[in-house]
Write a protein that binds this ligand. Structure first.
Ligand SMILES: [Mn+2]
Length: 320
């Protein structure tokens, strides 16, 4: 896919940190809009990009067309293949999906070398999508929350976000990148479909989607000192694997019953989760739990796929 690879840095967004990248993308000097210039400047200074539009509290009306994709883990090329392959952006990285809603189900960071470029592009798409009547919703996964906890265990690129020390400061609650994470949600419901990085069990559902997001944001912006339990650790919505782990030693036997209860509590028909790598996008529990983390990032080398929901029909888009 020469087009995808040569165009994968989308000009101003850049992929300068990728090892072995010789800095291609010649002739891509048309930084003709304010947002492009801002994004470029942001990349150079380590400052987060501007973005006035927030994601709201996480519960939205039904929309005709949704595309969701999973963990990208610092791999701009894999991310670009999804966005291009699913018709979300043009080959300069600008939104062309009209009124489509796109949900990225968390884990943009760690294990890769283009984290800032991905974050900057996602902020750009948030604005462009909303202007076109669609939405681009990037969720916070466990790897985003880990940054805010100061847990840099899976950082590959020690230069990203100004270096490790600056990174810890910027992602600590109240820090400039934590404020970017605080614009996002940890769980959303669009129409009858819930999206969350790990999973939502009945006890999470009982808290309420909007309340879970409000509490996460209050911590990320620094208003509340204590990290909420529902985004903290293995039993939390960003870490739980109940609906995604098929390992015979780990599998939760009554998970479809738990799902039924959780969906009822959230007034939803299906859930879309990531976090546990699947051989390809698939569903369990009578197509009510979709697992969409295919390990597409270079670190894992899995297939590039996205989930498309049109009306009440969910189907898989395969990019290869
Ligand atoms: Mn994860």
């Amino acid at each position: 896919m020469a087009l995808l690879l040569s165009g994968s840095c989308f000009g101003a967004a850049g992929c300068g940190a990728e090892p072995g990248d010789d800095g291609g993308d010649e002739g891509d000097s048309q930084a003709d809009t304010g947002s492009d210039e801002d994004a470029e400047e942001a990349g150079e200074t380590g400052e987060p990009p501007p973005g006035a539009i927030e994601d709201g509290r996480g519960v939205y009306p039904d929309v005709p067309h949704i595309i969701a994709f999973g963990d990208v883990h610092g791999d701009f090329v894999a991310m670009a293949e999804v966005l291009l392959g699913a018709g979300i952006v043009d080959d300069e990285g600008h939104w062309i999906a009209g009124e489509t809603w796109v949900v990225q189900v968390g884990d943009q960071l760690d294990r890769g070398y283009q984290e800032e470029e991905i974050m900057n592009l996602f902020e750009q798409l948030r604005v462009e999508a909303a202007e076109a009547g669609g939405r681009f919703l990037a969720l916070n996964g466990n790897h985003e929350i880990m940054q805010a906890e100061g847990r840099m265990d899976y950082v590959f690129d020690l230069e990203a976000f100004g270096g490790l020390e600056a990174r810890v400061e910027a992602f600590a609650p109240g820090g400039e990148w934590a404020l970017v994470l605080a614009k996002r949600n940890v769980i959303v419901k669009v129409g009858r479909t819930v999206f969350v990085h790990g999973g939502a069990l009945p006890e999470h559902a009982a808290l309420g989607i909007e309340n879970m997001n409000d509490a996460a944001k209050a911590w990320l912006v620094g208003d509340v000192p204590t990290q909420p339990a529902h985004i903290d650790g293995s039993g939390s919505i960003v870490w739980d694997r109940t609906y995604s782990d098929d390992d015979p030693d780990e599998i939760v036997d009554n998970r479809c019953e738990l799902l039924t209860a959780a969906l009822a509590a959230m007034d939803a028909d299906r859930i879309v989760v990531a976090h546990t790598i699947q051989p390809g996008i698939n569903a369990i529990c009578d197509d009510r739990a979709w697992r969409i983390d295919t390990g597409m990032a270079d670190y894992y080398g899995g297939p590039i796929e996205a989930l498309e929901i049109t009306g009440d029909v969910a189907s898989v888009i395969q990019m290869e």
